[in-house]
Design a protein around this ligand. Structure first.
Ligand SMILES: Nc1ncnc2c1ncn2[C@@H]1O[C@H](COP(=O)(O)OP(=O)(O)OP(=O)(O)O)[C@@H](O)[C@H]1O
Ligand SMILES: [Mg+2]
Length: 265
């Protein structure tokens, strides 16, 4: 096990995609993470000893059958839920001991979420939906405006600022959800089947957005059932019954090697 720095970097230190951790350490480190849900008399072992390290700037895909623990893992990574056992270091800092309000603060400042069902608020406009997480941070309105408009510009939705979610297509709603996730300039972007409710054209557009963000230095962790999309990631892990059963690194290099072999080298 690596030793942990005695003076952990505060999670608030990195506020842009590119800052991340400067010493090459893992941005995320999970050690023997277990999650047990207790309902009536049933115990569900949703995660059973997950070890995972994610360096800053990595694009990681998570795959696996329904019920294997993917969303549970993302919820723990995003500090929406806490593990039953194990250790989670985020940007060098153990997060297990944080209070609920400290967790909320880290989540709000460091983590962007994109869910399968866009989770936009129906009675807020596009602009207000993207602005909301920034308001929670106590950011002043001029700074909020700048960030909201930049994020909407990035996803090609500037022409719809005054629309309500019900007046948008599914693909447009998902693009607004992406804008909302990136407007706060998070350290980590977590996406749970972001293309699940979209047709292939809109799905491809959202994936292209994620690829752009990754090229700009974002760390992205994405659950996807679709191998076409998983291929765009730097690395894929497969979960089965709450464990990591496969970890494919350097897919791009492997592809290059097989291309070389095919070419007779
Ligand atoms: N809040 C909860 N209470 C009780 N059991 C839960 C809870 N959340 C998830 N589970 C159980 O934990 C297991 C893992 O669920 P999870 O949502 O992580 O699966 P998943 O891999 O995301 O599946 P899918 O591909 O269908 O979204 C499942 O057996 C599920 O029933
Ligand atoms: Mg899920």
């Amino acid at each position: 096990m690596d030793s942990v720095s005695p003076t952990p970097v505060p999670a608030s230190a990195g506020s842009s995609f590119t800052s991340a951790t400067s010493d090459g350490k893992a941005l995320i480190r999970l050690d023997a993470i277990a999650k047990i849900f207790y309902t009536d008399e049933v115990e569900t072992h949703a995660l059973a000893g997950v070890h995972l390290e994610v360096p800053p700037g990595e694009y990681l895909a998570i795959a696996g059958p329904s019920g294997c623990g993917k969303t549970t893992l993302l919820s723990i990574l995003g500090l929406l839920d806490t593990p039953t056992q194990g250790e989670y270091l985020l940007d060098g800092q153990p997060v297990a001991g944080l209070t609920a309000s400290q967790r909320a603060r880290v989540r709000n400042r460091q983590i962007g979420f994109i869910f399968q069902a866009f989770n936009l608020i129906g009675d807020l406009t596009v602009y207000e939906n993207v602005e909301l997480p920034l308001t929670y941070r106590g950011m002043d309105s001029a700074e909020r405006r700048k960030r909201v408009l930049e994020a909407l510009e990035k996803v090609g939705m500037s022409h719809r600022v005054k629309h309500y979610p019900s007046q948008l297509s599914g693909g447009q709603q998902q693009r607004v959800a992406v804008a909302r996730a990136v407007a706060g300039d998070p350290l980590i972007l977590l996406a749970d089947e972001p293309t699940g409710n979209l047709d292939s054209t809109n799905g491809e557009a959202v994936m292209e957005l994620l690829r752009d963000l990754h090229r700009q230095g974002a760390t992205i962790i994405m659950v996807t059932h679709d191998p076409r999309y998983a291929r765009h990631a730097d690395r894929s892990i497969h979960l089965f019954d709450g464990r990591v059963v496969e970890d494919e690194t350097g897919q791009k290099e492997q592809a290059d090697e097989s291309q070389l072999r095919e070419a007779g080298f």
